[in-house]
Design a protein around this ligand. Structure first.
Ligand code: ADP
Ligand code: MG
Length: 873
């Protein structure tokens, strides 16, 4: 089966194992070798008392990754054994660091007590790998990002499945494109057959009898009740579930029934489009998500990210969201109540996952209790709501009244950190537990009383009864008094009270007596019984919660949705955000739109404000060709209009005065390769592959945004390609298109392409300086402003002057129909000063329109070096 997993009994292996590395090992070390061979590439956290120890190569790798000391312990085959360790009580933080560094960790626990081992005359405790921790299957809070889902993605040939064990969400998709899914989901871990060649994926393969296994795992006879799944979807889903089960040593967390996602109903965004739009992630945190996120809970943040990563293409569903946001914008008191109930609400979905895996803490039980209480408050806040989504939320929010009531009665007001700490269950919930606790407390009281009795009987006023981990309760007396007691006990210290010496220390002696020992036993027993009873009650509460798992998960989803909707309303009230009108026609008309991320950045900088711009791609004017100098705001305008589609179809309001958008089925956005720093492949190849994808997939309902595509190419190739692409988009595909270019020659196409409109970023000249207006106006940019931008970047006057005259000649030549960059370069032969001077050669080689300010500055240094007669860099 899944041989790379550690879910195997290490001792069982140890018996038949003929591992040459293990020859001559001590019993404990032999166990380690067995565990290591079961764990494979995973590090083994080998439980020894209060520590997880790592040995040999694991110790070396972990000590380096964690920056902890590497020591040695004993010898194996004549060599000292490298070792390092982490305390059990704080191991989660170390685990989190190792997982983030790309390690997998197999947890090898002691599975019996020292007493049990002694009873079977074993020299070492039994140990077993109880689970393997991997990035896509961990449930510990320390290993999770509260605001992000932890998807485990399993693509196979012809389909894919993805699930989040931390919330139980489970999806499949037929004919899924792995790259697009990876871009959409940013999975924590990917499982894939090696044949698929997915980088970083955990190698895996789908079992043969997938349908039967999957149905069994989900506790049903057949999958039909959940909907229609293609064989690849079933294979992928089964592969994911089997993996989760294997890393958990056979246990499965609660999973919701898988939802088959059709390709219809969602706005399609490919990987390149997501990269260019910075939807969820962006350098310096400047993502769309970060700019629009006003959610108050981790679950809400995850839901918002999911909506932005996968906007809808389903008019009624989108309208329902807009209607709800509008209602919450209007109704400030209701919005306030909802947000008050959400603020600080616990993450029920993740607590539920930990509870289902029996890997939970008292606070997880508390999270369900408080979550359900909050859900009640939310339901109250929704009374009388008319919007369908709000009215429909009430029932799921109130679906678990009995569980809510029972947890409220059962759990103590203040919960301890760990289950073994005791005090999880509230007094008054269980009579037997209360009685056992009284016994324990009585015994404690009796011990306090005994301290006085012993002090009197032994004649030692300073006598103190203290508790010791190994020895239990002992009476401690100062040295001198202790010596006296050892020589001769007072007359009253007889029988039950006669001192029995247990320990001598530097300045004290410890004694017990028959009475104290009996009390100690009684107390230990009462404590043990109470703890045992409490464990039983906790197991009962766990069952109560799990019996209601589906409604509780649904409540959690409803709370996340309410968080997103009320946060969207909150955002909409912060500035001028409008409710978009969505239509089934190919409309696109935005009035005074803004780029939410750039606007927020400008506001933070407290400099000039963002300049709003219209955009109209209505029928008859579907294609807009935008020109303008570098830094004028072309990319910003293009992207802000693409983001309008994402926001609108995710169900949010738009940063604009008004907006009418015809539903978009696919959104494509491409940025010219010179802007794409990713590198690696030939930039031209990347650009052409990505452009080809648009020409093959876009249709009349699509929106295509092309930002200076072709600029990475030699000028005339680029121009030719750009022309052909524009014509195809205009004549054949007939989609809405925004096309920014530095090829002014393209503006001439507007005569040939009736639905193409020209737009230009407005730039003014003021006292010889360029002033960017950041506003879009009809028409083509008058001239190339590359030289002006070079000035802005600090290129000195004489160089600029010469560049301007070269430019004029080039333009004249182009106007006369000749290729201005033809081989003979007569322009430079005619240059008045030093012909063929290296400065001029370098200058002629510059393509001013594609220079970034930074590149312009580099070019300048280069020119200066050349001018000084030194070798250029
Ligand atoms: P281009 O693509 O034309 O080179 P960008 O879109 O990258 O220009 O914009 C350059 C900078 O101009 C942005 O980083 C932003 O600071 C500013 N900017 C762009 N559009 C606007 C606008 N509408 N209002 C205010 N500032 C803007
Ligand atoms: Mg740009």
């Amino acid at each position: 089966m899944l041989g790379y997993l550690g879910g195997v009994n290490a001792t069982r292996i140890a018996k038949g194992d003929a591992n040459p590395r293990a020859v001559g090992a001590t019993p404990a070390m032999a166990q380690w070798f067995a565990a290591k061979s079961a764990a494979g590439a995973a590090l083994v956290f080998f439980r020894m008392g209060d520590f997880y120890e790592l040995f040999h190569e694991d110790a070396e790798a972990a000590s380096e990754a964690l920056g902890i000391a590497l020591t040695h312990r004993g010898e194996h085959q004549g060599q000292p054994i490298p070792m390092c360790g982490v305390p059990v009580h704080s191991h989660e933080a170390y685990l989190a660091r190792l997982i983030r560094r790309g390690f997998r960790v197999a947890i090898c626990e002691q599975t019996e007590t020292p007493e049990q081992a002694k009873a079977r005359k074993a020299t070492t405790l039994n140990r077993e790998i109880v689970r393997t921790v991997t990035p896509g299957t961990a449930t510990e809070e320390a290993l999770l990002d509260a605001a992000r889902p932890a998807w485990l993605l399993a693509p196979v040939e012809g389909g894919a499945a993805w699930l989040d064990v931390t919330t139980g969400l489970f999806h499949t998709q037929a004919s899924a494109e792995p790259a697009a899914l990876i871009a959409r989901l940013s999975p924590a871990e990917i499982l894939a057959e090696e044949a698929l060649g997915i980088e970083g994926a955990t190698p895996s393969s789908a079992p043969r009898d997938s349908a039967v296994r999957l149905a069994a795992a989900l506790g049903v006879g057949s999958l039909e009740g959940f909907g229609q799944f293609s064989p690849p979807e079933v294979a992928a889903a089964c592969m994911a579930v089997e993996y989760v089960r294997a890393v958990n040593n056979g246990a499965l967390p609660r999973l919701s029934p898988p939802v088959a996602e059709g390709a219809r109903g969602v706005l399609l965004l490919d990987a390149a489009t997501r990269r260019s739009l910075d939807i969820l992630e962006a350098p310096r945190g400047a993502s769309l998500l970060a700019a629009v996120d006003r959610t108050l809970t981790g679950a809400g943040a995850r839901e918002l990210a999911a909506r932005l990563a996968s906007p809808l293409d389903d008019l009624p569903a989108i309208r329902a969201r807009h209607e709800t946001v509008a209602a919450l914008v209007e109704d400030k008191p209701r919005r306030g109540k909802l947000r008050a109930a959400l603020k600080g609400a616990p993450d029920m979905a993740r607590a539920l996952a930990r509870i289902s895996l029996e890997r939970f803490f008292p606070r997880d039980l508390g999270a369900i209790r408080e979550g359900l209480q909050r859900a009640g408050l939310l339901a109250d806040a929704l009374t009388g709501a008319e919007s369908a989504l709000l009215a429909g939320a009430v029932a799921p929010l109130e679906a678990s009244p009995n569980t809510a009531a029972e947890l409220t009665r059962a759990l103590a007001a203040e919960l301890p950190a760990r289950l073994d700490d005791g005090g999880v269950v509230a007094p008054g919930y269980d009579g037997e537990l209360d009685a056992l606790r009284r016994l324990r407390d009585d015994a404690r009281g009796a011990i306090a009383a005994m301290q006085m009795d012993l002090a009197q009987a032994w004649g030692v006023a300073a006598l103190k009864i203290r508790h010791h981990q190994q020895l239990g309760y002992l009476a401690e007396v100062p040295s001198a008094a202790g010596e006296k007691l050892l020589r001769e006990a007072p007359a009253r210290a007889v029988g039950e009270l006669s001192p029995i010496h247990r320990q001598s220390m530097a300045n004290a002696h410890r004694f017990t007596c028959a009475a104290l020992a009996a009390l100690d036993r009684r107390l230990a027993e009462a404590g043990e019984h109470a703890a045992k009873r409490e464990r039983l009650i906790i197991a009962h509460l766990r069952r109560v919660i799990l019996a209601d798992a589906e409604p509780i998960a649904a409540t959690a989803r409803e709370m996340a949705a309410l968080d997103v909707l009320s946060a969207s309303a909150e955002l909409a009230t912060e500035g001028a955000w409008c409710r978009p009108a969505l239509t089934e026609r190919p409309d696109f008309a935005i009035e005074a739109g803004r780029h939410p991320v750039v606007e927020a950045a400008l506001r933070r900088a407290r400099g000039p404000q963002f300049v709003p711009n219209d955009c109209d791609l209505s029928p008859g004017r579907r294609l807009c060709l935008l020109t303008g100098p570098n830094m004028a705001g072309k990319s910003t305008w293009l992207r802000q209009n693409a983001l309008m589609v994402i926001l609108a179809q995710a169900g949010m309001f738009l940063p604009a005065a008004s907006a009418r958008i015809g539903l978009v089925d696919r959104l494509f956005s491409r940025v010219g390769a010179a802007d794409d720093l990713a590198g690696g492949r030939s930039t031209f190849m990347v650009e052409m592959t990505e452009t080809a994808a648009i020409l093959n997939q876009a249709g009349p309902r699509s929106l295509v945004v092309l930002d200076e595509v072709g600029r990475g190419t030699a000028t005339w190739d680029g121009l030719a390609i750009a022309t052909a692409v524009l014509e195809a988009l205009h004549d054949r595909i007939r989609c809405r298109t925004l096309f920014a270019t530095h090829f002014h020659e393209l503006t001439a196409l507007s005569e040939k392409l009736p639905e193409m409109r020209l737009a230009a970023m407005q730039v003014r000249e003021w006292r010889g300086e360029v002033v960017f207006q950041h506003s879009v106006a009809p028409g083509a940019a008058e001239k190339s402003w590359g030289v002006h931008v070079a000035k802005l970047a600090g290129v000195p006057a004489p160089v600029l002057k010469r560049a301007a005259s070269v430019l004029a000649s080039l333009e004249a030549r182009a106007a006369a129909g000749a290729d201005p960059l033809a081989a003979e370069m007569p322009l430079f032969a005619k240059a008045p000063t030093a012909p063929q001077h290296p400065v001029l050669q370098a200058l002629a080689a510059l393509n001013l329109d594609t220079l970034s300010p930074r590149e312009a500055q580099d070019a300048l240094y280069n020119l200066k070096t050349l001018a000084e007669g030194r070798e250029a860099l």
